[in-house]
Design a protein around this ligand. Sequence first.
Ligand SMILES: NC(=O)C1=CN([C@@H]2O[C@H](COP(=O)(O)OP(=O)(O)OC[C@H]3O[C@@H](n4cnc5c(N)ncnc54)[C@H](OP(=O)(O)O)[C@@H]3O)[C@@H](O)[C@H]2O)[C@@H](O)CC1
Ligand SMILES: Nc1ncnc2c1ncn2[C@@H]1O[C@H](COP(=O)(O)OP(=O)(O)O)[C@@H](O)[C@H]1O
Ligand SMILES: [K+]
Length: 501
Amino acid sequence: MLPLLTAKDIRKADAYTIKHEPISSIDLMERAAKAFVGWFINHFPDKKQAITVYCGTGNNGGDGLAIARMLNEHHYKKICVVVARFGKKSTADFDGNFERLITAGIPYTGINPGDKLPDDKGQIIIDALLGSGLNKPLAGDYARLVNHLNDLNKTVVAVDVPTGLFTDGDMPADALVLKAGLVITFQQPKLSFLLPESGPHINCWEAVNIGLSGEFIQSLNSPYQFIEEKDIRQLLRPRPRFSNKGTFGHALIIAGQPETMGAALLSASGCAHAGAGLTTACIPQSGLVALNTSQPEVMAIMRDGKKTPEMAWDKFSAIGIGPGLGKDKQALQLLGNTLKNYQKPMVIDADALNLLSANPKLWKKIPAGSILTPHMKEFDRLFGGHISWWSRIQTAIVRAAEYNINILLKNNYTIIATPGGRVYFNPTGNPAMATGGMGDVLTGILASLLAQQHPPEQACIIGAYIHGKAGDELALPSRMTVVMPGKLAQQLPVTIARLTL
Ligand SMILES: NC(=O)C1=CN([C@@H]2O[C@H](COP(=O)(O)OP(=O)(O)OC[C@H]3O[C@@H](n4cnc5c(N)ncnc54)[C@H](OP(=O)(O)O)[C@@H]3O)[C@@H](O)[C@H]2O)[C@@H](O)CC1
Ligand SMILES: Nc1ncnc2c1ncn2[C@@H]1O[C@H](COP(=O)(O)OP(=O)(O)O)[C@@H](O)[C@H]1O
Ligand SMILES: [K+]
């Protein structure tokens, strides 16, 4: 796992590294600039392109000055520096790098408050105006400059953080940010990069290691963690040679109405393909032929639409309930009976979540360790409206602890809040997965992993990762715009095998 730090903790890690490595702060800036330049050269190898580096007078600006000098040393000959002197202060490392820039003979233009903004003949803009030190929304001269640069529509490469973007905390929907085609960020992705509000401002980002103390970063014990492939490789177990279907549990999927049988089929398929030893689907009577035809591996318990069928609840090692279940009286009764009769962790999704929002008395019956899988709208129905994704995360942390549950909030980077206060961000998945039925497959996967005895927190981490990874394997190589959920379910054994090697 890669710990994700708030701006405050980044400053602490910075200071600790300077003191204990030890390294002078200007040398750490040199290291950061070098890491940026290494990546930049690989992506923009054409040394004849004109590049303008816009610098503020803080440490982000100091980075910009060092970057301009290093690019010049690498024979990028059309480098121009613009220094925005909008404040009265500058940092010592900015000043040190400014002297080095002058010594290297690199041309620069200074702009003061109220000045006319200079023309820009460059093809590429490097944004080193403001970074993680941003402490208020852009206004005045900064807003004027950023609006001007946005209007130029050039390729923008941001240093560490695009100017105007907060690294964490509530982000106003109308925040003014210098739009970046690429952000080369130091040490770790910033938390805000993983939230949808950053979508309009960042096309892609890359994190480069600048050697901040790993030991110190771990000691901060950040609640925010970024899942890495190596974590999944550690958690997935090869199937023992003398195993049988009983070894991998029996999952029950309670889903579907006559009109939404597809949701039940997709969920059951996700469950069976993710490796449950046995999968049973509790479906409406009218869906039996569809189930038997499309998924002969899955067993059925039929619902007559009137009362909850008799079930030997104890024989199931996990339950997933909700996809396509409907919100009528029978669906509510079925959810109520499931919660009454089953005490092990279960997966609660889709209509079961909507029923829960409308019937809050059911909350106290949810078994400890259960997994709730809302998308944004379901989340807000459960917990009330939110002004930002950051505030959703804070609510998820509180509610996961209060109800002793895991909340898996679906998103481009799916967010998992655990009862112990951890918040995991899943890196896999892509927009080709934004297709109806994709979440139903995830519910099946999670129920399957619970049935295979993965503890709930682990099931969330593995489930979100392999779901997104299967989607990536299908969509990315041929840049497919859409991945069908049914195809994704079939890909799962391949994805899991690759991660179990
Ligand atoms: N940490 C690391 O690991 C490393 C970090 N490094 C680099 O340091 C960068 C952070 O530098 P930084 O702290 O000097 O802040 P930075 O972003 O340059 O802002 C400067 C000042 O601007 C001000 N200001 C704030 N908001 C404003 C606004 N809206 N409009 C106008 N002014 C505003 C505010 O000062 P104030 O006016 O509040 O006194 C603030 O202090 C980081 O992104 C990375 O590039 C690397 O070099 C080495 C390793
Ligand atoms: N742009 C995207 N990037 C990554 N994953 C995505 C994206 N869009 C959708 N997904 C994934 O697809 C699933 C969609 O779930 P959901 O909205 O519940 O769909 P449905 O209700 O139609 O089954 C989630 O797991 C989500 O993370
Ligand atoms: K910047």
